[in-house]
Unconditional design. Structure first.
Length: 398
C-alpha cells in the first residue's frame, strides 16, 4: 500500500520487473531492470483505489501484472483558492452578512485542495486565510482551524456601510468571494426610515388602539433591529392649526392609544431626536359615543356637530331698494375646495325684515376655509362668492 500526498495530478511508484529466460532460469541480479512508472489516479481524500498495470518492454513484449496495486490513505494537498468555498445552507451563506459597527462577524470556509479533496489535517503555516472589506479595512482578522476542513474566519467591522467582503487565501479570492456584506450604524436615519400602521388606523373613535410600527434604518438603508430600545416621539396634531393635542413615547412595534378628546381631522407624525421620520396619513377621529348614531348629528368626519353657522342675504330691487316680499328662490353652494366637501344649507326668510334671508348650515368640528356662493336665477349676487372661515372654536362665521 502506498501512502500518497496528493501534491500533483499523478503519483510515481517504482515498479521492479524481474526478467526470466524462456526456460525459467533466473537472470543474474545485475540484469534486473528498475522502471519508474507514472500512475495517474483520481485521488480523493479518505478513499482507497486499486490500479492494474500492463508493462510493454522495449522489444514489444507485453507483461501483465496480475496483482493490483492498492492505493490507500490519500492525504489532501494544500488548500486551493479556486476549490475552497464559503459554506452554503439553503442557498444562503453561513456568514455574518449584516452586523453592527464595532462588532465581530465571521464566515465559514470549506477548504479543499486542487483535486477537491476536503482538508483533514491542520492548516500549514504557509497558508493564510483572511477577510477584507472592499473600500474599507477591517480592524482585525483571525482564523480558527479544525480537522473537518471547515475554517472560521473572524473579522471586525469598524464603520457602517455596504461593502464587498472578500475572503482571501494567500491574497487570492476563494470561490464565492467577494460577497455583499452590510455593517449597520447605531443611529436611526430619519430620511430613510419610515412608518406603517395597522389596518383601519386612518379612522376611528377616540380611545381605540392604533398600532404604529417604525421601520428604523441607518443612513445606508440597513434595517436596525427593533429589539434595540430606540425612543421615538409620536405627535397627533389637529390639521390647519398649531395646537398639539397628544404626545406619546413610541417604541418600535408598540401599540399606542390616541386619547384625543375632540373629533376632527388630525395629522400624525413620528419623530426621532426631533427629526421627522415620516408623517402618517390624516387620522379622522370621532368622540366614540356609544349611543345610536341616528340620534346624533354627525359631520363628514363622524364627529358630533353642535355649531350652526349662518349668514344673511338682503334682497334688493334694480334700484337698490330693499325688497318687502319673501318669494325669491336662492341657489346656495358652500364648498371646501381642497377636500371637495359640500354642506347642506337652509334658507329662511327673516320674520322681522322684508327681503332679508337667513342662510344656515352645520359647521364641521375642524378648522377650515369654505367658499360660499349665492345665486339668484343663475347669477351671482353682489359679494358672491366669498370665503367662510371655520375657526377652531366654532362659532358664528367670520
Amino acid at each position: 500500500a502506498h501512502f500518497v500526498q496528493c501534491c500533483s495530478d499523478y503519483i510515481t511508484s517504482q515498479i521492479v520487473i524481474l526478467s526470466r529466460e524462456g526456460y525459467g532460469s533466473q537472470v543474474p541480479v545485475g540484469q534486473l531492470v528498475e522502471i519508474g512508472i507514472p500512475i495517474r489516479l483520481p485521488l480523493t481524500a479518505g478513499k482507497q483505489f486499486r490500479s492494474s498495470l500492463r508493462i510493454t518492454t522495449a522489444n514489444g513484449v507485453s507483461i501483465a501484472i496480475g496483482t493490483e496495486i492498492p492505493i490507500a490513505d490519500v492525504i489532501p494537498g494544500l488548500p486551493d483558492a479556486n476549490m475552497s468555498t464559503l459554506i452554503y445552507l439553503n442557498d444562503t451563506y453561513l456568514a455574518s452578512k449584516s452586523l453592527r459597527a464595532g462588532t465581530n462577524g465571521h464566515v465559514k470556509v470549506l477548504t479543499r485542495d486542487v483535486f477537491g479533496n476536503v482538508r483533514s489535517v491542520g492548516l500549514p503555516s504557509s497558508v493564510r486565510f483572511s477577510a477584507s472589506f472592499i473600500g474599507q479595512g477591517v480592524g482585525s482578522t483571525a482564523t480558527s482551524d479544525s480537522l473537518d476542513g471547515i475554517l472560521a474566519v473572524t473579522y471586525t467591522a469598524t464603520a457602517a456601510g455596504r461593502y464587498g467582503l472578500s475572503i482571501l487565501l494567500n491574497d487570492l479570492h476563494i470561490s464565492g468571494s467577494p460577497f455583499q456584506a452590510t455593517v449597520v450604524s447605531n443611529d436611526v436615519n430619519t430620511s430613510v426610515s419610515s412608518i406603517s400602521y395597522s389596518a383601519g388606523f386612518s379612522i376611528g373613535a377616540v380611545g381605540t388602539a392604533r398600532q404604529v410600527t417604525v421601520i428604523a434604518r441607518d443612513r445606508y438603508g440597513n434595517l436596525i433591529s427593533t429589539s434595540t430600545q430606540i425612543l421615538f416621539d409620536l405627535y397627533v396634531v389637529r390639521s390647519l392649526d398649531s395646537l398639539q393635542y397628544l404626545t406619546v413615547q413610541l417604541y418600535p412595534d408598540n401599540t399606542t392609544t390616541l386619547l384625543v378628546t375632540r373629533s376632527g381631522l388630525y395629522s400624525v407624525s413620528v419623530f426621532y431626536k426631533s427629526q421627522l421620520i415620516y408623517p402618517l396619513s390624516p387620522l379622522n377621529l370621532s368622540p366614540g359615543f356609544t349611543q345610536a348614531l341616528q340620534t346624533l348629528i354627525l359631520d363628514n368626519y363622524g364627529g358630533v356637530i353642535t355649531d350652526i353657522v349662518s349668514f344673511s342675504i338682503q334682497a334688493r330691487d334694480e334700484y337698490g331698494n330693499d325688497r318687502t316680499q319673501s318669494t325669491d328662490t336662492w341657489d346656495i353652494t358652500i364648498l371646501n375646495t381642497q377636500s371637495q366637501l359640500t354642506f347642506t344649507t337652509t334658507v329662511t326668510p327673516s320674520p322681522t325684515k322684508g327681503g332679508l334671508y337667513i342662510v344656515e348650515f352645520k359647521a364641521p368640528d375642524v378648522k377650515m376655509n369654505l367658499t360660499a356662493s349665492v345665486k339668484l336665477s343663475g347669477k351671482e349676487v353682489a359679494g358672491s362668492p366669498f370665503t367662510l372661515i371655520i375657526v377652531d372654536e366654532a362659532g358664528p362665521a367670520d
